[in-house]
Design a protein around this ligand. Structure first.
Ligand code: GTP
Ligand code: MG
Length: 197
């Protein structure tokens, strides 16, 4: 798929204020700093569409980007960031979960997992929550700058094996590196496939 246009539309704290549309929408979620905003930039061939940072906690709102004037990418705040007060964490969690549960045109949730580290409890719990709520999910293993790296291969295999214990059929998964531009064709191809259904 060719990205002809990618425009920032609006930031929200409340899912009810998100754009009124029936166009398909794809959300990116995962731990703070896992690379959600960087991935949105990589997919759209833009450098500053979504704001990125070396410090966790950069994205704090629900951000809508309109792509090719036909569908939306949504950048969400990360979970699991220690340097946030309990109250704020709770507010973010409610905001994200309400959005994910209530947004009618949301056709897929991409859950991003850092391929450089072993499976994390917080990610497995979040994926479990998505599954229990019957929401459409796929997984993206991020920061795979060297896809042949043995540690990365092992981490991804371990993650999938852990999921297999509770999932009859694993969700679709992708491997990406925003730094090395890996995974763009596969992820955009998957979006294209869903869009044309
Ligand atoms: P929050 O908005 O804070 O939740 O973070 P985020 O998930 O949006 O992460 P963001 O895209 O801001 O990236 C966090 C850090 O990871 C930045 O320093 C990025 O440069 C770095 N990063 C993102 N993608 C990659 C990647 O593919 N490879 C490497 N090596 N670093 C990456
Ligand atoms: Mg971000």
């Amino acid at each position: 798929m060719k990205i002809k246009s990618a425009e920032f539309v609006i930031s929200n704290t409340d899912y009810t204020k998100c754009p009124v549309t029936k166009e398909p929408e794809y959300a990116f979620i995962g731990r703070s700093n896992v690379g959600k905003s960087s991935l949105i930039n990589m997919l759209t061939d833009r450098t500053k569409l979504a704001k990125t940072s070396g410090k966790p906690g950069k994205t704090q709102l629900i951000n809508h980007f309109h792509i090719n004037k036909e569908w939306y990418l949504v950048d969400l705040p990360g979970y699991g960031w220690a340097q946030v007060s309990k109250k704020l964490k709770e507010e973010w969690s409610v905001m994200i979960k309400q959005y994910l549960l209530q947004r009618e045109n949301l056709v897929n949730i991409f859950v991003l997992i850092d391929s450089r580290i072993p499976p994390q409890k917080i990610d497995l719990e979040f994926i479990q929550w998505v599954g229990e709520n019957g929401l459409p999910i796929s997984i993206i293993f991020t920061k795979a700058d060297k896809t042949g790296n043995r540690k990365i291969i092992t981490n991804i295999a371990n993650f999938k094996n852990t999921l297999k214990k509770t999932w009859d059929q694993l969700p679709p998964s992708f491997v990406s590196s925003s730094a090395q531009k890996i995974g763009q064709d596969e992820i955009l191809g998957y979006i294209d496939q869903i869009n044309s259904k």
